[in-house]
Design a binder for this molecule. Structure first.
Ligand SMILES: [Zn+2]
Length: 265
């Protein structure tokens, strides 16, 4: 903390920005859904990135998927990310930091929109996706090689800060490594004027995931994932936990008329 930045100036407004959607069902979304003995149900998965903003800085958390990738993968792009940023009042050139919670295609697709920003990612996440095991199809199908290369280029240009090894210098924001969905998934804890906000990203795609401790079907480690879900459930007592893909985020918080910008705090 510096002399100019008292704790009050660290209180962020937090927006969830919905840019895409996909209709699936619980049997496909959850790992081994049949073990719960429940009827299958349709499920809408929404795609978000998040904006943290105060008087001193704007931080963008994740950068969404690109139109051509959405089309190839059968996901519906509701609002291209540059337009979604405009609706949230974000000028990409004014963004100091871009946080990448993990390297899946729906989270790091538009890094090139922010050529001046410092990127922040998990050290374990970066080393995994630039390493040998990530080439196995079980992992490689969830990422776009060109997008991982863009992060690698940022590292070569000294524009990437890996946490927790190094401090990215964003007062009021704490990064938690919560592996299980991917090896170095980050949860972003944000100080606000009220309770802290925990952006779970894909440590918990859905409310039901952490509330009932039910793993999602894409897992790098189930024991780690269970630990992460239990931790998130516990944090739900003192913080506002925001899952990464739940359509109910639009019901629980105020949203604009277009259904794009959701005010979390
Ligand atoms: Zn995701």
């Amino acid at each position: 903390m510096t002399g100019q930045e008292g704790p009050a100036s660290h209180a962020y407004e937090v927006l969830a920005v919905r840019y895409g959607t996909w209709h699936t069902d619980k049997r496909k979304a959850y790992h081994s859904f049949e073990v719960y003995g429940e009827e299958n149900e349709p499920l809408r998965i929404d795609y978000f990135f998040w904006v943290l903003r105060n008087a001193l800085r704007t931080v963008v958390v994740d950068t969404g998927f690109r139109p051509e990738v959405a089309e190839r993968r059968g996901r519906e792009l509701l609002t291209p990310v540059p337009e979604a940023l405009r609706r949230a009042g974000v000028d990409p050139d004014a963004v100091g930091h871009v946080v990448l919670t993990h390297f899946h295609y729906d989270h790091i697709g538009n890094v090139d929109l922010f050529p001046r920003a410092q990127l922040v990612a998990g050290g374990r996440e970066y080393r995994f996706w630039t390493g040998e095991t990530a080439r196995q199809p079980l992992f490689s199908t969830a990422v776009e090689a060109a997008e991982v290369d863009a992060v690698r280029r940022a590292e070569a240009e000294h524009r990437l800060t890996l946490v927790p090894e190094r401090d990215p210098g964003i007062p009021g924001v704490v990064f938690h490594e919560v592996p299980g969905h991917t090896p170095g998934q980050l949860v972003v804890e944000v100080g606000t004027a009220g309770r802290p906000v925990l952006l779970a990203s894909d440590a918990s795609h859905l409310y039901e995931e952490f509330e009932k401790e039910r793993p999602f079907h894409i897992a790098s480690s189930l024991p780690d994932m269970y630990e992460g879900l239990r931790w998130l459930r516990g944090r739900g007592r003192d913080a506002v936990v925001v899952p990464g893909h739940d359509a109910r985020v639009l019901e629980r918080f105020p949203v604009d008329a277009a259904g794009t910008v959701v005010r979390i705090a």
